[in-house]
Design a protein around this ligand. Structure first.
Ligand code: NAD
Ligand code: UD1
Length: 316
């Protein structure tokens, strides 16, 4: 049994990592400030795994004393805590910088000093910006278009620096538009799939920012969890940055058509101004994940969307 710390473990992706770790019989501690996460997510994760709720510390990951307390006795840190929204970072760059850069630095220092075996970081495809070539490969230059994307890029550079300077093993997994059960549709900053499913279920029109032709490599959360857990324990990959996604590409217009189709509604979307800091297209090259981690997507976009709609609405 290994000892895992999941920062942001009360959030959407974090709680799925917790669930899978509990299912595998690992020991789990969670650090979360509950800014967007919920204790109910941990309870749902434990119930799904058939175990007790894991140890929970409520606090700010950027508080070094708290990060040190959380890292004590830990083998692997899965660092998920962040303010994950692009538009929220445009509206309030200072607050998102605190969680996303100060938090990552504090966690790195705490992990180094506690002698953890490896820290895996929730990176983001947003770091690529509008690279001209698709699919996006890890060796392409990064061109962050928003404070959030810049903060994630700084985070991955801090990881590599800690590996080079202090010998702390680190790996960045670049996530691509993750979706699934427990993604919270509670704010306009929430992930688009959670918002579209909620709108369709309530018979409301969603807002599409821009012409709806922008595309994303929407990735069902089980795939991301599989990639991250492989990254924690696969030997010989310290310092690497690796895409984990499906290698697909779905436009916002297609997404709404599919959500609508699953729920049998005919509502047309409302179109608004494009969002500042938005990227146009996103699609991952996942050959590096296959080569280094033995990763392949396990749940397709269509199947993941069906499961997500079923979870959110109980209607299919
Ligand atoms: P989420 O908001 O559900 O989870 C983030 C969690 O971090 C929440 O539980 C929140 O309460 C916690 N948190 C925020 N600031 C904190 C702080 N200062 N101290 C302690 N806890 C704090 O979002 P998510 O979608 O599950 O995102 C998880 C991670 O994955 C984030 O790092 C995000 O940037 C990254 N990511 C997400 C996606 C996606 O499509 N959802 C894609 C790429 C990267
Ligand atoms: C998402 C993640 C981010 C992650 C990035 C890269 C969230 C909230 N954001 O950013 O953490 O790093 O993927 O994987 O999980 N849109 C609409 N209508 C809406 C909401 C959004 O048209 O009501 C559009 C947006 O303008 C954008 C697309 O949908 O073009 C996706 O938006 P969003 O779900 O917020 O994700 P990203 O910005 O891609």
């Amino acid at each position: 049994m290994a000892r895992y710390l999941v920062t942001g473990g009360a959030g959407f992706i974090g709680s799925h990592l917790v669930e899978e770790l509990l299912r595998r019989g690992e020991s789990v501690r969670v650090l979360d400030d509950l800014s967007t996460g919920k204790v109910a997510n941990l309870e749902a994760a434990a119930a799904a795994a058939g175990t007790a709720v894991p140890e929970f510390l409520q606090g700010d990951v950027a508080d070094l004393a708290m990060a040190r307390r959380a890292a004590e006795g830990i083998d692997y840190v899965l660092h998920q805590a962040a303010i994950p929204s692009v538009p929220r970072s445009v509206a309030d760059p200072v607050r998102s910088n605190h969680a996303n850069i100060d938090g990552t630095l504090a966690m790195l220092v705490a992990a180094r000093d506690a002698g953890v075996k490896r820290l895996v970081f929730a990176g983001s495809s947003s770091v690529y910006g509008d690279a001209l070539e698709l699919p996006k490969r890890e060796d392409m230059p990064c061109k962050p278009l928003s404070p959030y994307a810049l903060q994630k890029h700084v985070g991955e550079q801090y990881l590599q620096m800690f590996t080079a300077l202090y010998g702390l093993e680190t790996v960045t997994i670049r996530y691509f538009n993750v979706f699934g059960p427990r993604q919270d549709p509670g704010s306009p900053y929430s992930g688009v799939i959670s918002l579209f499913v909620k709108a369709a279920n309530e018979g409301r029109a969603p807002t599409i920012y821009g012409d709806g032709g922008q595309t994303r490599d929407f990735t069902y959360v089980a795939n991301t969890v599989d990639g991250v857990l492989r990254a924690a324990t696969t030997p010989g990959i310290a310092g690497q940055v690796i895409n984990v996604a499906t290698n697909g590409r779905v436009s916002l217009n297609d997404l709404w058509a599919q959500v609508r189709g699953l729920l049998g509604v005919t509502t047309a979307p409302v179109y608004g101004e494009p969002r500042a800091g938005d990227i146009r297209d996103s699609q991952a090259d996942i050959r590096k994940a296959a080569a280094l981690l033995g990763y392949q997507p396990i749940v397709s976009f269509e199947e993941g969307l069906r499961r997500t709609v079923a979870w959110a609405t109980g209607r299919i």
